[in-house]
Design a protein around this ligand. Sequence first.
Ligand SMILES: *[C@@H]1O[C@H](CO)[C@@H](O)[C@H](O)[C@H]1NC(C)=O
Ligand SMILES: *[C@@H]1O[C@H](CO)[C@@H](O)[C@H](O)[C@H]1NC(C)=O
Ligand SMILES: *[C@@H]1O[C@H](CO)[C@@H](O)[C@H](O)[C@H]1NC(C)=O
Length: 269
Amino acid sequence: MDQCLIVCICFFFIYSSVLGKILDKQPDFVKTCLITKPRDEFINCSTHAVQILFNEIPKGNKDIELQVLDPLKVSVVKILQGGGGPVTVNASLTDVTILGFGNTKILFNSVDPETYDFYTKLHLPKLRIDGNYELLGRILLIPLRGKGTCWFDARDLNINVKSDVILEQRNGFHFFNVTKVHVKFSIDGLKLHMGNLFEGIKALEDSTNAYLNANWKPVAESLNPILSRTIEDIMIDILQKVFDNIPADFFLGDIIKNNKDREMKQKNN
Ligand SMILES: *[C@@H]1O[C@H](CO)[C@@H](O)[C@H](O)[C@H]1NC(C)=O
Ligand SMILES: *[C@@H]1O[C@H](CO)[C@@H](O)[C@H](O)[C@H]1NC(C)=O
Ligand SMILES: *[C@@H]1O[C@H](CO)[C@@H](O)[C@H](O)[C@H]1NC(C)=O
């Protein structure tokens, strides 16, 4: 098991680790739920609340220094995966445009009342990625080499996200510090094109693209770890921008009560 996967993502906008401004007034797109309510009621409320949040944030938000997410512009994605799996690639994507986050449907959201970790299920009807690629490696055992433009068109993505959260206090508010996200996802269709494969041997380029499209399922499966990591890196950046700057108290109206309940429970155990 010497699989090693490195994904490195640079956005156009992150050149500072400076936090945006804390929103000390609750914005319209943040709806408050009560975590001490019965579980079903809370999950229904928080699923709706996260949907309202996701209807708004893809437009971008200057107050919290959140860039536009649809289209999302990423300057560089670098991927290095060695080891003996079906994929061995050394690849980079530059000038990347990702379309589709604006149509995110939230199927489920819950917050763990003990740890405050988030569990979220999302559905994206379409996700389209355009960019310039440079690739050397193997996918499905086919050796690939190329440099040019590419696009990927994925249909019906179901994404399960667990976000590790630490509840913190500063500036008189609670905040969710999202420290890690774990992504699992599946897709129901994939079309792709890599231009200038094999540096312009057109017949080989066409037959390889045709083969990869005809075998999109195993291609998607073999790229799953790479894509999961890429989605994780994009999501943690978005979630940190949102939750570093918008107090947790606007999302959960009863954090103090919940913490007291938690302490009581711990004492009784
Ligand atoms: C779920 O939440 C929505 C919006 O807050 C509300 O309209 C609906 O009545 C709730 N459904 C249940 C079963 O509680
Ligand atoms: C990956 O590609 C880059 C750029 O072509 C190169 O500098 C690097 O050495 C390669 N790494 C491996 C492990 O092949
Ligand atoms: C979040 O927690 C990590 C780990 O404890 C810490 O290094 C980081 O500074 C925290 N971030 C914020 C914005 O408080």
